[in-house]
Write a protein that binds this ligand. Structure first.
Ligand code: HEM
Length: 456
């Protein structure tokens, strides 16, 4: 066994969740290969990691104190499924397929039409609604089949996510694999998934209303408020899944162990010692108490909030097709602020019944696009500032990788946003921009995770 093997074996021994007593004993033993100048890093780390993040406070002797790693992997898998449904939902909207199925039936809706006659009946139903009458009256049956299958796949994936969360969740709870805290989180997530289905249907219903036929020049599309609520709710479900999955895995030290193992493989003996020392730095209380670190950690939460807010404002842009006007950057017409910013709340001959300023900010496409630009630029500036600050404070390696990745993804996301606008919202660019926003949120969550205080 090489020095490194022994080192890692000892590391695993120390952090094995099943053997807390052995951990303390092992931590006290010096590890070969660790520089003596490092102040007993294994002991430091072991004491700091000795209690799990989601350890259950109530003393139920039947229940493990820590949620099992499999539950953490299940949360991350569910998060990946939510990421894919957001991407598919974006494609469904961009290919204007979202209003093709005009009914909502959880069980019967699973079976697509089988025969020619069933397809024609389904097409007939679609023909009764404004989208066909105003926009698609030249549509053929084969074109209808394409938009039908897009929406059907989106709904089927939604059902699959619901089942693949609820069934294993019930099993894990029954077997006692989760702490009470994680059981409660799982119940909240399951409820949110159910509500997401209801929100989705309310969104579709808003685009089927016959009122659209009465309005001159009306575009048959879903309400941008419902679309944003549906998108925002998906982002929130995703964030809870990723944050909880990471938390559970860290409680079981799986993630830290794999990060450590990767650094050992990649950088060799000297670097592995350094990595361990840096991990010890992470758990050293003085560092957590330093005001600069506290500000940095609080700012990382603020940045994640800003990303979410920018994404919500993007939902309004998408819902109003506001990316099809002012296809230039940074100007909007003659200035940075568009001249028609207050158009809907100002009384003119063309607008005799102005709406309130508040509604104007949320419903006027020019204002909505401007708001998204301002929020996106603010988010980007905040991320850049956080990156600059990160160069001046001591951070563990995973946190440094996370903040660098955050800046990189932000650059890509802003570039994608601007090109989507300049090229009049082509499907591949707009879909990539939508996925970029979720990737940015993921990296922000990861950064927050690497900066969490480990309980003593
Ligand atoms: C932090 C940076 C940004 C984030 C997190 C973000 C997020 C989003 C999100 C979530 C959407 C909705 C996508 C959908 O539902 O299909 C969106 C749409 C959009 N964003 Fe951004 N965005 C950012 C930056 C920008 C920038 C800098 C621009 C350009 C000025 C931009 C232009 C657009 C446009 C034109 C749309 C509508 C695309 C469509 O109709 O599908 N975004 N954004």
């Amino acid at each position: 066994m090489t020095g490194l093997d022994a080192f890692e074996a000892r590391w695993r021994d120390v952090f094995s969740p099943k053997r807390p007593a052995a951990a303390a004993a092992a931590a006290a033993t010096p590890v070969r290969g660790v520089s003596s100048s490092a102040p007993a890093p294994a002991a430091l780390a072991a004491s700091a990691f000795s209690q799990a993040d989601d350890a259950d406070s109530d003393s139920d002797p039947q229940r493990d104190k820590t949620t099992r790693p499999i539950v953490g992997y299940w949360y991350l898998f569910s998060g990946a499924l939510v990421f894919s449904i957001v991407a598919l939902g974006g494609l469904t909207r961009l290919t204007e397929s979202g209003l093709s199925i005009v009914e909502w039936n959880v069980i019967k809706g699973m079976k697509p039409p089988q025969s020619q006659q069933e397809w024609e009946e389904e097409f007939e139903k679609y023909k009764q609604f404004p989208e066909y009458k105003l926009l698609n009256h030249h549509m053929t049956l084969s074109e209808f089949k394409f938009i039908f299958y897009m929406e059907w796949a989106h709904r089927m994936l939604g059902r699959f996510i619901g089942l693949s969360f609820i069934l294993p969740g019930a099993y894990f709870a029954y077997k006692g694999y989760m702490t009470r805290g994680i059981q409660r989180v799982s119940l909240v997530v399951a409820t949110l998934i159910g509500m997401q289905g209801v929100l989705g249907w309310l969104m579709v219903k808003s685009g089927l209303s016959d009122e659209l036929l009465a309005k001159p020049g009306a575009v048959p599309r879903v309400s941008h408020y419902w679309l944003t609520a549906h998108l925002g709710s998906a982002f929130i479900i995703y964030s809870i899944m990723v944050a909880t999955g990471l938390r559970i895995l860290r409680s079981n030290r799986k993630l830290d162990l794999s990060l450590f193992a990767v650094s050992v493989c990649a950088f060799g003996d000297r670097q592995s010692r350094r990595a361990l020392t840096m991990r010890a730095d992470l758990v050293r209380q003085p560092m957590f108490k330093s005001p600069s670190f506290k500000t940095f950690r609080a700012s990382s939460h603020g940045v994640a909030g800003l990303v979410l807010l920018t994404a919500l404002s993007g939902g309004l842009v998408a819902g109003l097709d506001a990316g099809l006007i002012y296809n230039e950057f940074p100007f909007m017409g003659n200035g940075i602020v568009p001249e028609d910013f207050w158009a809907l709340s100002t009384q003119t001959d063309r607008n005799p019944h102005p709406i309130s300023w508040f509604r104007n900010v949320l419903e006027n496409p020019s204002a909505v696009q401007f708001n998204h630009r301002v929020l996106a630029c603010t988010t980007f500036t905040a991320i850049s500032a956080l990156w600059v600050v990160s160069r001046r404070i001591p951070l563990v390696r995973p946190a440094r990788i996370a903040i660098n990745a955050l800046l990189g993804v932000a650059v890509i996301q802003v570039t994608l946003g601007i090109t989507t606008l300049l090229y009049l919202v082509p499907v591949p660019l707009a879909a990539a921009h939508q996925c970029g926003s979720l990737t940015l949120l993921t990296v922000a969550l990861w950064l927050m995770h690497t900066l969490r205080v480990v309980p003593k």
